[in-house]
Ligand binder design. Structure first.
Ligand SMILES: [Cu+2]
Length: 172
């Protein structure tokens, strides 16, 4: 569903131009995508890479990620959509079991300064990425909990959880 004509979109993009956060996990050059996979990080932990996408339909392409207890996952989220970053960016957030997902999302609505991770509930986060605008990729490397179970993952951009942008990390 396209809400904006291409012309509007261009203008919106020009107006928006959200600076790319210079987090350690975001490439320094927003325009140039790394041609090849980033060189293995020093100390190369045996992280298993999971690629996941999210687009303008506000859904992840994977709703289940299976993992072994305690393994290291490298989740790479690509935003395949075209909507301006301020209107629809995506992130990947894994929550601890027992977290009230609705409450978390309600709190996230007002947490734009912290990429929609509500500071008051950050202890509920197992891992999270930054926000990916159209065509951008964000990633996170984390240790899967040792305890088998089902861990919710979601996008905390306002409205996306309600539209179904969520899934389950199944640890067994
Ligand atoms: Cu999203």
């Amino acid at each position: 569903m396209k809400l904006l004509t291409p012309a509007c979109l261009t203008i919106a993009l020009a107006l928006v131009t959200v600076p790319v956060h210079a987090t350690a996990q975001t490439p320094a050059k927003p325009a140039a995508k790394p041609a090849a996979k980033a060189a293995t990080k020093s100390g190369s932990s045996a992280a298993r890479t999971i690629e996941i996408t999210g687009g303008d339909t506000m859904k992840f392409d994977k709703t289940t990620i299976a993992a072994r207890p305690g393994e290291t996952l490298h989740v790479v989220l690509k935003n395949t959509g075209t909507m301006p970053k301020a209107a629809a960016a995506h992130n990947f957030v894994v929550l601890k079991p027992g977290t009230d997902q609705v409450a978390f999302n309600n709190a996230a609505f007002n947490a734009r300064e912290t990429d929609f991770i509500p500071p008051a509930m950050k202890d509920a986060v197992i891992t999270s990425t930054g926000l990916a605008g159209p065509g951008e990729t964000v990633e996170t490397t984390f240790k899967v909990p040792a305890k088998p179970g089902r861990y919710a993952f979601l996008c905390t951009f306002p409205g996306h959880f309600a539209l179904g942008m969520r899934g389950t990390l199944v640890v067994k």
